[in-house]
Design a protein around this ligand. Structure first.
Ligand code: AHM
Ligand code: MG
Length: 329
């Protein structure tokens, strides 16, 4: 029987090829450990009393779920203690996380969405943890929000753990996108897909059709074009990380364009740049795809606030190119 490499073996090999990536390899290993903890917790959510709302509203004005709280606390505690980060940003935290003195010699900053798709938790639908790592900026205070005002091209590690029908870890150091699947029995991530490339055919479009009356005429026309002319099938889970993963391995385009619910003509993005759009855009680019906000590539956008939101159109390069052209006309 051919043995599949474990994540540990893969990272050790990575280290022997790139000894200067020691810290990044250790960071990846820490993030994988967090993924295992959250995977265990999500699997027993129904019996462990961790389902449901936590009676709190987060900085985004959304109801916080108990598993959100668990995942956020775990990410903060675990990553803080590694000493690799001088600043951390989380979807669940209003400001930069207090590093409790652990980040003084650190060279990196990390932004994460501890549990993306949390409205799906109680329905046993796929959810995930998204992460984005940058080198620390030397020109601003180590634990400041400005640490996260870096464009997506300068990410040194990005990825996610998807808690679906199996738990998969997908990441990139900027040398391709790799997928590892958690073997629950072994408690190890095993290599399941190396150097993933998005298939050339765009098989699916993913968008919240319930927003049709809130999006711009151009966006409406483009989605109609996907349906009526390209005859592409629809798939929408409502967990970005799961919708993205399906489109990554099967070919597809995810669209969350700007929405205007107050009828003022001001179309605003919902998804967060630093810990949702940017890391997934990095993976998409590494897998031959593309991501845009309609005006510019997601990877080129320089954030100017921690929780900045953006429209996000991401997936097969050709079809995202078409979207950009249609948006300009
Ligand atoms: P969350 O991070 O609070 O879970 O919100 C982000 C989620 C994405 O995972 C998903 O793509 C989107 O919100 C779904 O939004 P909607 O319910 O408006 O379609
Ligand atoms: Mg999210």
């Amino acid at each position: 029987m051919a043995l599949v490499p474990t994540l540990t073996q893969y990272l050790i090999e990575q280290l022997s090829k790139h000894p200067n990536q020691r810290d990044l390899v250790l960071i990846m290993s820490d993030l994988a450990a967090i993924g295992k903890y959250i995977s265990r917790e999500t699997n027993r959510a129904g019996i462990a009393g961790v389902r449901g709302a936590a009676d709190a509203i987060n900085v985004q004005g959304e109801e916080v779920q108990k598993l959100d709280v668990f995942s956020n606390e775990l990410c903060k505690d675990y990553l803080c203690r590694t000493g690799h980060f001088c600043a951390m940003a989380s979807e669940e935290e209003d400001t930069v996380v207090d590093m409790r003195g652990f980040g003084e010699d650190a060279h990196y900053v990390v932004a994460f969405d501890p549990l993306d798709g949390s409205s799906n938790i109680d329905a046993n639908v796929s959810i995930g943890t998204i992460f984005s790592v940058h080198r620390k900026r030397g020109d601003v205070a180590p634990a400041s929000a400005e640490q996260f005002f870096q464009n997506g091209l300068s990410q040194v590690l990005a990825g996610y753990v998807l808690y679906g029908s199996s738990t998969v870890l997908v990441f990139s150091f900027g040398d391709g996108v790799h997928e590892f699947t958690l073997d629950q029995g072994l408690g190890e991530f095993l290599l399941s897909n190396e150097r993933i490339m998005i298939p050339n055919t765009c098989s699916y479009y993913s968008t919240n059709e319930g927003n049709t009356s809130y999006i711009s005429e151009k966006d409406r026309r483009f989605i109609e074009y996907l349906k009526m002319e390209q005859k592409i099938s629809a798939r929408y889970i409502g967990s970005l990380v799961a919708d993205f993963h399906r489109n990554l391995v099967k070919g597809g385009i995810f669209l969350y364009p700007g929405v205007d619910k107050s009828d003022t003509g001001d179309y605003k993005g919902k998804l967060r740049l630093n810990y949702e759009a940017k890391p997934l855009a990095f993976l998409a680019q590494q897998a031959g795809g593309r991501a845009t906000d309609g005006m510019q590539d997601i990877l080129d956008i320089m954030p100017s606030s921690l929780h900045q939101r953006t429209p996000l159109i991401i997936g097969n390069k050709d079809i995202v190119d078409e979207y950009i052209l249609a948006n300009k006309s």
